[in-house]
Design a binder for this molecule. Sequence first.
Ligand SMILES: [Zn+2]
Ligand SMILES: [Zn+2]
Length: 136
Amino acid sequence: MTDTTLSGRCLCGTVDYAVTGNVLRFLHCHCERCRRASGTGHASNIILKPAGIEWRSGEGSIKRYKVPEADRFATAFCTDCGGPVPRVHDDMVVVPAGTLDSTPDVAPEARIFWDSRASWSCEAGSLPAYSEYPTA
Ligand SMILES: [Zn+2]
Ligand SMILES: [Zn+2]
């Protein structure tokens, strides 16, 4: 298993990070929570597990919000600019792909929660689209 390192920062640059780990998934998520959290048609997340994160700056400027009724759905963002930053769940890190400094070696593999998408959302294109989570 090869380790990948992904680095990025928030909109204002206060929060700067490097995540190292095994890329598990790269997904576009069209669920309602991701839409509200991002303000756009879907979130684009790279999930690494196991992984670790180094906050190169700005760790003290991160606020985390967990949806009270959700098992684990949470967002993390820079308190200066409001831009999303990676979220850490135990040994898993979820990286919002739009915060990356450069193009990652991995490509999106699927769209999920397709049945929850907004009617104005982008087309699935060539990617498989799952009604919720991919099965197995
Ligand atoms: Zn910021
Ligand atoms: Zn989602």
